[in-house]
Design a protein around this ligand. Structure first.
Ligand code: 13P
Length: 256
């Protein structure tokens, strides 16, 4: 049994005050939910305040990125150790926006995953193809490259602390969600790849999130698929109503 995991990636949204307001509203709306793991990933500047507010709940804290070293002359970077010290349990690594705009590669993703695990953080590793790659029938090649590259040298025993998020780039922020069938075939492919790289128990325990235009009105279709274990949510996580709604709908599916 894999507990569904819904994470809100707030991206570069919300000041501290706005983060507090949103967290309060989310807390109030989902206090009864027990069978879905909920993660909030606010910007770095709000981590500490959000952490204070969710300490007495089941909600977990996540960051949106980290560096691969724990200290040094790296102006503007944030270390895994620092994220741990403000209460983070998770860290998103290799989001397509970071790959596209900030020079993230499989190599940097891999270094960050190693560093995060060492500090006891759980990486949410993002993988996903661009529209051009899908149209050229390269989806599975890209996913294989991202998964194998990002997980290079990662031991089977560490895999229980890793979540993979399949985020087709063409579905992010576009309102054009992958169909349940499109999502499931990639999720299944990832699980089979993990089976080849590790073993059956690792593959069966791995949680694979879908991300890209997930909303309350489409979450059930996606979540019903056998290999979809959660969602990484952007836009719909910025409003308490929509985020709580999709968590409740996921909970009602009884997958946990
Ligand atoms: P949207 O839900 O806004 O499409 O963003 C998805 C995403 O990138 C989550 O990491």
């Amino acid at each position: 049994m894999r507990i569904p995991i819904i994470a809100g990636n707030w991206k570069m949204h919300k000041t501290v005050d706005e983060s507090i307001e949103l967290t309060n509203a989310i807390k109030r709306s989902i206090y009864e939910i027990e069978d879905v793991e909920t993660v909030l990933c606010p910007p770095f500047t709000s981590l500490s305040d959000v952490n204070e507010m969710i300490m007495d709940t089941n909600i977990k804290l996540g960051a949106q990125n980290c560096y691969w070293l724990n200290e040094g002359a790296y102006t503007g970077e944030i270390a895994p150790k620092m994220l741990k010290s403000v209460g983070c349990a998770y860290v998103i690594i290799g989001h397509s926006e970071r790959r596209a705009m900030f020079g993230e590669t499989n190599e940097t993703v891999n270094k960050k995953i190693v560093a995060a695990l060492k500090e006891g953080l759980k990486p949410i590793m993002c993988v996903g193809e661009k529209l051009k790659e899908r149209e050229a029938n390269k989806t599975f090649d890209v996913i294989k490259d991202h998964v194998e590259g990002g997980l290079k040298g990662i031991a089977g025993e560490d895999m229980k602390n890793i979540v993979i998020a399949y985020e087709p780039v063409w579905a992010i922020g576009t309102g054009k969600i992958a169909t349940p069938k499109q999502a499931e075939e990639v999720h299944k492919f990832i699980r089979e790849l993990i089976l080849k790289m590790y073993d059956k128990s690792v593959a069966e325990a791995l949680r694979i999130q879908y991300g890209g235009s997930v909303k309350p009105d489409n979450v059930e279709g996606i979540m019903k698929e056998a290999d979809v274990d959660g969602a990484l949510v952007g836009g719909a996580s910025l409003k308490a109503d929509s985020f709580a709604d999709l968590i409740k709908k996921t909970n009602a599916l009884g997958k946990g």
